[in-house]
Design a protein around this ligand. Structure first.
Ligand code: GDG
Length: 471
């Protein structure tokens, strides 16, 4: 039976699954690998003096994890550099934070070549390779250069940028060219797909056909959107665990007589956390009679704290939370409860269920799974309200949420008031529609759809003789 080879920057330790802290995506990849049997390759998380590029394998049942150490220089320039200081900010439209360093790009290509050589050492002719995310865009091309002609797909978890911003990247055309190493490229939303197609129309005078097929560089690429999701039934099960009930009870008890507004985000400038705090501040200013009737509970998951912008944001958030509490707080009420502690997924399910509203305010986001998890964890008879930024990929599907513009403090403040006042019948009606949407397009369906398309492409990419896709 053909194996599935999943490749991503990091590999989750799925050999200890059941671990409540594993994220939804890790669980999905684990599920796919267990179903089909295969290998998951990525960086071990270790930075060594040299980073020899040799994977360390560990196998349990039909799944092998292959982890590669990287050198300190590569971690600095590839991971902290090109991935997190070049592509991440640029693709999230933060050109003001984007570093355009040649050394970052060199290391990025080096690491992609290292991954390609590692895969080349164990790939079998029938294996299907599925590459994840912006850290590994050139991996397909590097694999082709080593003669790997297996079926290879790529999924981008973050948004594809608008052409006017994307072209600020030196060698942007090379990055696009490298995508032609893949047979199938998946985006989160139709908007991302449209931005990708715009690049071809305008920069390359090339015109993808109706189905999304693009013929260039002697190869054919299918580009399509596959909105990622969660498995709602898993969230429902989690929300009924003992751990979930206990976190539910604790939060409701501490906030007895008050409504709970919830935020759950990685600490990242793309998530609009400072905008959320500003909107809440505006809400407290605009509705003095509401003070003391609700609390904003914000969970911030620390991330990328070796990058200066992330450290600065962490400090700004603590300062801003302090300002709001100092200004509005009372002996018996803390308006904003902000913590950076991580919770198990079961405890998190209880926190979602305890909230009366969830504020999801990214300035730009590939999808945003928190929005979907919140909906799935609700009590159908008394659901909370989702406030969702129109700039999250999830807003393309979740139209029954209260859609907000996080740059518009006044609109957000009004939406918070609307959520707190929303009659139960309307909450149920909106929630039902949202729940149907996420049940229709689950994470399993996402994976199945992508893999089916990848497998069914036909022999479109048999490299022409003469190897037009030359290096
Ligand atoms: C990227 C894209 C896209 C958060 N705090 C805790 C915790 N979390 C979990 C949430 C959720 C995940 O982290 C965050 O997922 P998002 O989708 O919101 O955001 P990114 O991390 O930026 O993910 C994004 C995603 O990839 C998938 O394609 O949707 O647009 O940026 O699952 O629950 N989990 C636990 N404890 C916490 O305290 N266990």
């Amino acid at each position: 039976m053909p194996r599935l080879i999943v490749v991503s920057n990091r590999v989750a330790d799925i050999h200890s699954t059941g671990s409540a802290s594993s994220g939804g995506l890790a669980m999905a990849m684990a599920g796919a690998l267990k179903e089909e049997g295969g290998v998951w390759l990525g960086w071990s998380g270790n930075a060594t003096d040299n980073g020899d590029g040799e994977p360390e394998f560990s196998t349990r049942d039909n799944v092998t994890l292959a982890r590669i150490d990287l050198s300190r220089q590569h971690v600095e320039e590839y991971y902290n550099g090109y991935a997190n200081r070049t592509l991440w900010p640029l693709f999230h439209h933060r050109t003001d934070l984007t570093a355009y360093e040649q050394s970052f790009r060199d290391s990025y290509l080096d690491v992609n070549r290292t991954f390609a050589r590692a895969i080349r050492s164990f790939v079998k002719p029938d294996d299907v390779i599925w590459v994840q995310d912006y850290h590994l865009i050139p991996l397909g091309r590097e694999l082709r250069a080593l003669g790997v002609d297996n079926r290879i797909g790529f999924f981008l978890h973050i948004p594809w940028p608008a052409r006017e911003l994307f072209v600020t990247l030196p060698q942007h055309a090379d990055l696009v060219w490298s995508l032609f190493g893949y047979d199938l490229v998946g985006f989160q939303t139709d908007k991302d797909l449209a931005a990708f197609r715009d690049y071809f129309h305008t920069e390359l005078n090339a015109h993808p056909n109706e189905e999304g097929l693009i013929d260039m560089f002697g190869r054919r690429l299918l580009a399509k959107s596959y909105p990622i999701s969660i498995n709602p039934s898993e969230m429902v099960d989690l929300s009924q665990t003992e751990e979930a009930s206990s976190s539910y009870r604790r939060i409701r008890k501490v906030n007895a007589g008050r409504k709970i507004l919830l935020g759950v985000d990685r600490i990242d400038y793309s998530k609009g956390l400072l905008h959320k705090f500003a909107a809440y501040n505006r809400f407290l200013e605009e509705f003095p009679d509401r003070r003391g009737t609700a609390t904003l509970l914000q969970i911030g998951q620390p991330s990328r704290d070796l990058v200066a912008e992330y450290q600065d944001l962490g400090e700004d958030l603590i300062a801003e939370a302090g300002r709001i509490n100092g200004r509005f707080g009372r002996l018996d009420w803390t308006p904003l409860s902000y913590h950076t502690q991580s919770y198990g997924r079961d405890a998190l399910a209880g926190i979602y269920r305890a909230a009366h509203a969830c504020l999801v305010t990214p300035l730009r986001d590939g999808m945003n799974l928190v929005a979907k998890e919140f909906v799935a964890a609700q009590d159908p008879d008394d659901p909370g309200v989702l406030l969702l930024s129109r700039f999250a990929g999830a807003a393309e599907q979740m139209t029954e949420a209260l859609l907000i513009n996080p740059h518009d403090k006044e609109q957000c403040a009004d939406a918070i008031a609307q959520a707190l006042d929303m009659p139960r019948a309307e909450r149920i009606e909106r929630w039902k529609a949202l729940d149907e949407t996420i049940s229709r397009s689950s994470l399993s369906a996402w994976k199945e759809q992508f893999m089916t398309d990848l497998r069914n492409l036909g022999d479109v990419n048999t490299p022409p003789s003469g190897n037009v896709f030359a290096f």
